[in-house]
Design a protein around this ligand. Structure first.
Ligand code: AMP
Length: 285
């Protein structure tokens, strides 16, 4: 049975009696198959699995979807229950940011990680992510925390956070879970209209195309990027924000003459009004 906890005090008390290792799955709720895969990964390694559900105001820009982000605690709790989550921790905004003095407490990871890719348009987004994860890590001090590779830039920022803020948490990167169409599962897929759902699956097709083109040996990295951009340009409802190749750990942009191993192609695009991201791993080409 999943226990719902809403306050820091309650969870801190509870943590004293929970068996270790403790695995944390950070989420913003609207749980889907991607989140469930993280829960399952946690269950293979941890005696206690805690899912936190918190829509973090600090990581949304003023023109973004903080207000209308899908929230359904009841349905999330059902999913936790069905998946044998031990604790669902769903604090209020006031519980996590009692002072509401956002500026003072914001963590700023290095700009090399945060002013590229999604950080170019989502200014301060990763500062908000690092800040909230730091808070939850301080409260729960999990042995393991599970993140999806779908949000790969976020994963890089969190690895930086753990290293620089000396958290003892072991970060586990989990594979991207997809719909049958190839579209990466995302809470924001809920916003897509029926035709847009189908169109959105072309984002993953464009990533697979880049990978296949590269493996064919007939295209440079930059040509692969261009080919995929041309492919995506045929869909009027897709407005690409970026399509780039970057190194796996540092997120440094790949030059054509770079030794081609361990990098990712990254894409972000709006499908209708919905902003989606995805990426694909390239190893040892
Ligand atoms: P979110 O609720 O969108 O903040 O995501 C919470 C966690 O779930 C993050 O670590 C995400 O990377 C991960 N996640 C989201 N979508 C997927 C997916 N399709 N496959 C695997 N992990 C995912």
């Amino acid at each position: 049975m999943t226990i719902l906890i809403k306050t820091k005090k309650e969870i801190k008390d509870k943590l004293l009696e929970l068996p270790k290792p403790i695995g944390l799955v950070p989420t913003m709720g609207a749980l889907h198959a991607g989140h469930i895969s993280l829960i399952q990964a946690a269950q293979t390694e941890c005696k206690t699995v805690i899912v936190y559900i918190f829509v973090n105001p600090l990581q949304f820009g003023p023109d973004e979807d903080y207000e209308k982000y899908p929230r359904d605690l009841e349905s999330d709790l059902k999913i936790c229950e069905q998946n044998k989550v031990d604790i669902a921790f769903a604090p209020s905004v006031n519980e996590i940011y009692p002072e509401m003095d956002f500026n003072e407490e914001t963590i700023s990871p290095p700009v090399e990680l945060t002013n590229i890719l999604c950080g170019k348009t989502r200014v301060n987004h990763f500062n908000g992510v690092a800040t909230v994860i730091n808070k939850f890590f301080n409260i729960i001090q999990p042995d393991y925390a599970y993140f999806g590779k779908k949000d790969f830039q976020q994963l890089c920022v969190i690895k930086w956070l753990v290293h620089n803020y000396k958290h003892k948490t072991n970060i586990k990167a989990c594979p991207t879970i997809r719909e049958k169409s190839g579209l990466a599962c995302s809470s924001r897929n809920k916003y897509l209209k029926k035709d847009e759902l189908e169109i959105a699956s072309n984002l993953y097709k464009s990533l697979k195309m880049a990978k296949a083109n590269l493996i064919s040996g007939m295209f440079s990295v930059q040509e692969c990027v261009l080919e995929s951009l041309v492919f995506l340009s045929q869909f009027l409802k897709i407005k690409v924000e970026y399509f780039e190749a970057r190194q796996k750990d540092t997120l440094v942009k790949i030059k054509d003459n770079y030794e081609l191993r361990d990098f990712h192609f990254f894409v972000a695009a709006k499908v209708g009004n919905v902003r989606l991201i995805d990426n694909i791993e390239i190893q040892n080409v």
